[in-house]
Design a protein around this ligand. Structure first.
Ligand SMILES: *Cc1c(COP(=O)(O)O)cnc(C)c1O
Length: 368
């Protein structure tokens, strides 16, 4: 007899991340410092100097972390004007997404999310044995009317990515508000705002202001993108004290390590770094858009720190990905997101983007 593993695990294809720099270096023999990784939406400007100083000075590796994350939770509550009991910390926001599924869903449940949405929604849905209800996208956008129509008695959770990855699309706050008003209040609605920091002032999320009115929403935020702390794995969820206490019942006691907590606090003490990163990102995004237009490449207007652009066919997309890899540039193929004609490029520094465009132009020229 062999071990009886859960049936739902058979459907799960593990998450595939961007190729690590070290891996490409080993493969093609280019030194690591000559490789440009534009594959995982990391902050190309690194981390704030304040964060760097705080983590360099840290020494208490022999102590367990503060399992309640007291200082970081208080810092978040201060910066975002929230109550501490509305906040839960996660080992990356991925942890929050998974915990949300685990507090409401099991094998009898349905979980709704969009086609082309962030891959982790499907993974956690399958992991809890729930049924995935994938709503076809409307020209790559979330179709919230379609979400609403798909709600049944079995619906326990709805995932909304705003902005979404890998499409970069954004849902208007008014539309989102109207949707949440209509959703039955027994369904948990997760609004994943991993790219919030990149939004211009007039587009910023207002969801924190709706928490009083709707006990069934939870927002997830990440320190991995604009804050530049992807390696440390830290994010947070914001919702009603009831939902937060349920999540606290099942999360691992020390899910966020001490160094991550310290770095996250310091990064909130230097929001200027985040704002400047966003400004530079948005300037570079315009330049990349102009270049895609000049090259006659279709792209999806993005509100994040990445752009998905089409090469017209799956085979050309794959050839382009490999051509760039051989030049030391790592992009992200997104056929596993149902977008095989596309590649996703994270917006790098001015210099990185120049080299990317130069090599992309070369590829396009060669294929003509
Ligand atoms: C990158 C990303 C995340 C999360 O990342 P963590 O590193 O786990 O915080 C969450 N949601 C979306 C849509 C993302 O693109």
């Amino acid at each position: 007899m062999s071990v009886s593993f859960l049936e739902n695990l058979e459907k799960i294809e593990p998450y595939v991340g961007g190729m690590p720099i070290q891996e490409l270096s080993r493969k093609i023999g280019i030194p690591e410092d000559q490789i440009i990784k534009l594959a995982s939406n990391e902050n190309p400007y690194g981390i704030s100097k304040k964060v760097h100083k705080a983590i360099s000075e840290y020494e208490e590796y022999f102590l367990y972390p503060d399992g309640s994350g007291f200082d970081l939770v208080n810092k978040i509550s201060e910066v975002f004007n929230l109550k501490p009991n509305q906040i839960v910390l996660g080992n990356g926001s991925n942890d929050i997404l998974e915990l949300c599924a685990r507090v409401v869903a099991n094998h009898e449940s349905e979980i709704i999310f969009s086609e082309h949405a962030f891959a982790v929604y499907g993974l956690v849905t399958k992991a809890v044995g729930a049924k995935e209800i994938v709503i076809p996208a409307l020209d790559f956008h979330h179709d919230l009317d379609g979400f609403f129509k798909a709600i049944t008695k079995k619906t326990k959770l709805i995932f909304i990515a705003n902005p979404n990855n890998p499409t970069g699309t954004l849902i208007d706050q008014q539309k989102l508000f109207e949707f949440i008003q209509k959703v039955p209040s027994n369904i948990l609605v997760v609004i994943d705002e991993a790219y919030e920091e990149y939004l211009e002032a007039h587009l910023k999320s207002k969801v924190f202001l709706w928490l009083e009115e709707f006990e069934n929403i939870i927002v997830s935020r990440s320190f991995s993108k604009a804050y530049g702390l992807a390696a440390l794995r830290v994010g947070f969820g914001v919702g009603s004290s009831k939902t937060i206490s349920k999540i606290n019942q099942i999360r691992q006691p020390f899910n966020v390590n001490s160094l991550a907590q310290i770095a996250a606090i310091e990064s909130l003490n230097d929001l200027k770094f985040v704002e400047e990163s966003a400004i530079k990102n948005n300037e570079q995004k315009k330049i990349l858009e102009e270049n895609f237009n000049n090259l006659n490449l279709l792209f999806i207007k993005s509100y994040g720190n990445f752009i998905s652009f089409s090469l017209g066919s799956p085979s050309t997309a794959l050839r382009c990905y490999e051509y760039l890899l051989n030049k030391g540039i790592i992009l992200r193929p997104i056929s596993n997101y149902g977008m095989p004609d596309f590649l996703r490029v994270s917006i790098g520094t001015e210099e990185e983007n120049k080299i990317f465009i130069e090599k992309l132009t070369e590829f396009i020229g060669n294929t003509k």
